[in-house]
Design a protein around this ligand. Structure first.
Ligand code: 5GP
Ligand code: ZN
Length: 114
């Protein structure tokens, strides 16, 4: 998508600190980290929100979780713990309309507050 920041990161038109990449997924550091480890895990396919997911996207969403699991092990936070968040639309706090997991770790994250 032409005006999507994450598509530009995926296409290397914008710089980012890439932690992991494969054919279908990219993971890079959040520019404004909310925890010592704050990584965004995105499908390379431009999907705007959870609401836009199709039956055919089942595999890619499963793949995002497997990448999260791998990052947790590689970064040695799998046993300590981590949190995955996906925001959807305005009241869900979504700012970038290219679906992504927030992978947060590295400190006690406490209860989710709303
Ligand atoms: P959302 O609010 O859409 O769930 O999350 C968007 C996230 O993208 C935010 O945590 C924000 O800090 C991050 N972000 C926004 N622009 C950029 C950017 O250009 N590069 C990187 N690495 N992260 C970004
Ligand atoms: Zn995009």
């Amino acid at each position: 998508m032409k005006d999507c920041i994450f598509c530009k990161i995926i296409n290397k038109e914008l710089p980012s600190d890439i932690i992991y990449e494969d054919e279908k997924v990219i993971a890079f550091k959040d520019i404004n980290p909310q925890a010592p480890i704050h990584i965004l895990i995105c499908p390379k396919k431009h999907i705007e929100t959870i609401n836009d997911l199709k039956e055919e996207d089942k595999e890619i969403i499963g793949h995002l979780f497997l990448v999260a699991k791998k990052l947790a092990k590689d970064l040695n936070v799998d046993k300590r713990g981590y949190r995955i968040i996906v925001n959807c639309n305005k009241e869900g706090g979504q700012e970038i309309y290219h679906i992504h997991f927030h992978f947060l770790a590295g400190k006690p994250l406490g209860k989710l507050v709303c």
